[in-house]
Design a protein around this ligand. Structure first.
Ligand code: XLS
Ligand code: NI
Ligand code: NI
Length: 435
């Protein structure tokens, strides 16, 4: 029996670009083949439990606005109701995946043993619903940033008891993810950083975080979890400075602690912007190291400068993101998770559904534009032309040479390089033909 929460909203269908139906897909057509692969298999969309079902609509100036029938989320009855509603929405949207934090799916009971028991109960319940519906788990994760016990960090906490509690929490969440056949496990360190250096031993904290992540990887292998372990960069918010600042910082960290072949990155659009990068920059950095894992798709408000986690709606930006994802070979275990929430005035069930439809359509449009650019090959041609000077054996030998010999050659040949155009505007105009 459906709950009635989504009353009047039917399963969303693809109706094509001419449709004016606000509850239809205009671009996302799961079976449409793009570069030899179904659109659904390229994009691998996931709904985020926290924004869509757990968030109650509060902000720093006011309390909850949503008043869902399963709020406040303080007992197992409401946790099950929330799961029922979630799967009703999955049925409506038809996206293949979802993601959760432990605290999104179970009530918080304030002690580890009870939290473990309810996590096991609710994941059994969710597992049964997954079998019926066919919706799968893209990733699970532990929320180690909301409860006050985490205020000074989880694995980087000065208190070893918190480190221990964090280890037990992550173990329980990897177990739950494994049980549900999750394809990845994410660690985002919202409180793994500091508020002031005056009370922070940064080296010790980083060493503890590196050891912790190694324990996670050891445990994954011990239990035979085949999914990918992902870390998620973000420069700040909630901490003033977060250790997982951006993709490049994470890669350096993973190499230092010997994890470069075990852990990949989950990159989020809004986090890239907060770090002063474009989303495609972060994707390209990870891809260059073979560490691109998955993406959290959203967008931040362009003026406010914080992590507003809105649904994506900028096709040119999304197109460039998928261009670099496709260039890196596309997703393997990763996917496109909508780490995005509706605004607090958007209190209707239809708002929640429409937000996902819009996000899925924008991503589908971006993917098609990216695929068209790849098929046309214009950007690749421009790149190979720009670097073609390096194709000659003489140029290649430079890299095996040394400063003495190179300098002698520059003098001998009277080398005097002739600058040539970077053609930026021509390339930007080229991209605009596709988006
Ligand atoms: C917060 C993060 C968070 C992670 C999962 O900014 O994006 O939602 O994706 O813990
Ligand atoms: Ni995220
Ligand atoms: Ni975020």
């Amino acid at each position: 029996m459906p709950s009635g929460f989504f009353e009047g909203i039917e399963k969303i269908r693809f109706e094509g670009v001419d449709s004016t139906n606000p509850l239809a897909f205009r671009h996302y057509n799961p079976d449409e083949v793009v570069l030899g692969k179904r659109m659904e298999d390229h994009l691998r969309f996931a709904v985020a439990w926290w924004h869509s079902f757990a968030w109650e609509g509060g902000d720093p100036f006011g309390g909850p606005t949503f008043e869902r029938p399963w709020h406040p989320q303080d007992d197992m009855g409401r946790a099950r109701m929330k799961a029922d509603i979630a799967f009703e929405m999955f049925e409506i949207l038809g996206q293949p995946y979802f993601c959760w934090h432990d605290v999104d799916i179970r009530p918080e009971q304030g002690n580890f043993a009870d939290n473990l028991r309810t996590l096991e109960e609710i994941t059994d319940y969710i597992g049964k619903k997954m079998t019926v519906s066919g919706t799968r788990l893209l990733w699970g994760t532990a929320n180690m940033f909301s409860h006050r016990r985490w205020m000074a960090g989880a694995s980087t906490n000065p208190d070893p008891d918190v480190f221990a509690y964090a280890a037990a929490t992550v173990k329980s969440c990897i177990d739950a993810t494994h049980k549900l056949g999750g394809e990845n496990y994410v660690l985002w360190g919202g409180r793994e950083g500091y508020e002031t250096l005056l009370n922070t031993d940064m080296k010790t904290e980083l060493d503890h975080m590196g050891r912790f992540l190694n324990m996670v990887v050891e445990y994954k292998h011990k239990i035979g979890f085949k999914g990918t372990i992902l870390v998620e960069p973000k420069p700040q918010e909630p901490s003033k400075h977060q250790y997982d600042y951006d993709a490049a910082t994470c890669i350096g960290f993973l190499r230092k602690y010997g994890l470069e072949n075990e852990v990949r990155l989950n990159l989020e659009q809004g986090h890239a912007i907060l770090a002063g990068h474009s989303f495609e920059h972060e994707i390209a950095v990870a891809a260059a190291e073979g560490m691109l894992g998955s993406v959290d798709m959203n967008r931040n408000d362009y003026q406010s400068g914080w992590d507003t986690d809105q649904f994506p709606n900028n096709t040119p930006e999304v197109a460039l993101a998928y261009y670099y994802i496709l260039k890196a070979g596309g997703f393997t275990t990763g996917g496109t998770n909508f780490d995005a929430k509706i605004r607090r005035q958007s209190i209707d069930a239809a708002d929640l559904v429409a937000a996902h439809i819009g996000g899925m359509d924008v991503c589908a449009r971006g993917l098609k534009a990216a695929a068209a650019m790849i098929e046309d090959g214009g950007l690749e041609r421009a790149l190979s032309e720009r670097y073609s000077g390096w194709d000659t054996p003489q140029a290649k030998s430079l890299l095996d040479s040394n400063l003495d010999d190179i300098s002698a050659r520059v003098l001998r040949e009277g080398l005097n390089p002739v600058p040539c155009s970077g053609r930026q505007e021509i390339l930007e105009n080229y991209v605009n033909r596709f988006v």
